[in-house]
Ligand binder design. Structure first.
Ligand code: LLP
Length: 427
């Protein structure tokens, strides 16, 4: 929704830089990320939730060492869900106590490394893991701060693959049937664990606050049961991430201050009703922070007009740099950015260069009828779950992430090379 600026000859500029010069210098496809925008979104979340809450950026959306430093400087915490993300966070200097470790099947190595490093919390996802983390912590002579992830039984209205709080899926421990209460009972008995709270994440790309509110209410209900049974008030709750962003003009996302207000109100109200102290709240936005901050720049290679159907515009990337359209039927927009055109709009499908017909970047888009090889196309809102889910399918070389700031561009993740690919192939 930011205004698009163009040079006198029609090429789009970002931060004062001409996209044609960017393509020349960094190649295509490439992701271009606006550091100031990223930092501003971090601050918006911090300000919205204030000092009585913590904002954990979900590293799965996109993580690099530069990102870790920005988060650190802007006062955010970091949610990691693998040894690789943990290593990235620690190597870029994120204090361990500001890191949370997630995952439904953390390995012994991952847990050990996290406990040794002293991460602020591990989010327990199964009965086996309660025991596993406790044993590892005890062996290391530590008491690990943990939360228990529960599934609250909310149907988040989003794509099935990214909804996570309904009953029939792999994450968390169900509130239903007293499972979560039993998990609390077991965790409280183990010396290696300090149970600090309850965690719930209901899904991703959500626009409707109702699901978060139900989730908050049910989590507080569990805190009440825990108080009644054990006489202790767990001091923290985490309500996960999931706030949606605008991929197309049809999407109307909520702002951080709206979700903060809704969550604070409901938690406070429910706690007061139950006679509980208000726990410290935390949230884990990923997409809402990084998603809108980047776009992908592609070069058109071929154009095929299929009479009476549509025009297929092939670009030099595809499902290897953005799997979301193929995987979730995700919608994106696209624009011709290397020039302006007065040609008629034509119904187009922007496709990649991979060897399957599902390799679609933008399913339906109107592009000028004179789009031609050599033109540059930009797909906005690719900051989240594009580079982080990129693959080497067809031995594609994963694109670089280039940061634009103060009228200058610099690489924070370099383009993969054929040497990188061949280095792994030791046969
Ligand atoms: N916290 C937990 C425990 C999560 O599992 C996730 C996302 C988040 C936070 C961050 O959610 P966000 O604020 O980014 O929506 N690959 C999919 C999204 C998968 C999300 C997985 N978990 C996509 O491209 O849409």
């Amino acid at each position: 929704s930011r205004t698009v600026r163009r040079n006198a000859d029609g090429a789009v500029t970002v931060g004062g830089l001409d996209v044609r010069a960017l393509a020349e210098e960094f190649g295509t496809p490439a992701y271009f990320l606006d550091e100031d925008d990223f930092r501003a979104r971090c601050r918006a979340w911090r300000d919205a939730f204030g000092t009585d809450a913590d904002v954990f950026y979900a590293g799965k959306a996109f993580l690099s060492r530069a990102v870790v430093r920005w988060l650190h400087e802007e006062g955010l915490n970091l949610d990691v869900c693998s040894g690789g993300e943990l290593a990235t966070a620690l190597s870029a200097g994120m204090p361990a106590e500001r890191i949370a470790l997630h995952g439904n099947n953390k390995s012994t190595e991952e847990i050990t490394r996290a406990v040794e490093a002293g991460v602020g919390r591990i989010v327990l996802d199964s009965f086996q893991e309660i025991v596993r983390v406790a044993h590892i912590a005890e062996r290391l002579g530590k008491r690990q701060r943990v939360q228990i992830r529960v599934t609250v039984g909310v149907e988040a209205h989003t794509h099935e693959f990214i909804a996570t709080a309904h009953e029939d899926q792999k994450f968390g421990i169900a509130l239903a049937g007293g499972q979560a209460a039993e998990a609390v009972r077991r965790a409280l008995k183990l010396d290696g664990l300090e149970l600090i709270g309850i965690h719930s994440h209901i899904g991703s790309q959500i626009f409707d606050m109702a699901g978060f509110e139900v989730s908050a209410r049910r989590v507080v209900q569990l805190l009440t049961e825990v108080r009644d049974e054990h006489g202790i008030e767990l001091p923290e709750i985490d309500l996960g991430g999931g706030l949606g962003i605008a991929y197309t003009s049809e999407d109307d996302p909520r702002e951080p201050h709206e979700i903060a207000k809704a969550l604070n109100e409901i938690v406070t109200k429910e706690c007061e009703a139950a006679g509980l102290g208000v726990p410290r709240l935390s949230v884990e936005p990923g997409r809402a922070i990084v998603g809108p901050t980047a776009f992908t720049l592609y070069e058109v290679g071929t154009v095929k007009e299929l009479e009476g159907l549509r025009t297929y515009v092939s670009v030099d990337g595809g499902m290897s740099d953005n799997i979301r359209t193929a995987l979730y039927d995700a919608e994106y927009s696209v624009a011709l950015v290397s020039r302006t055109s007065d040609a008629e709009p034509m119904l187009s499908r922007v496709v990649g260069k991979h060897c399957e017909s599902g390799d679609i970047v933008v399913r339906d888009a109107f592009l000028p009828a004179d789009v031609a090889p050599g033109d540059l196309l930009a797909v906005p809102a690719t900051g989240a779950y594009c580079r982080s889910m990129a693959s080497n399918y067809n031995h594609a070389l994963r694109p670089p992430v280039v940061v634009v700031k103060d009228g200058a561009a610099r690489v924070i993740v370099r383009r993969e090379t054929e040497e990188d690919l061949l280095r792994l192939d030791v046969g």
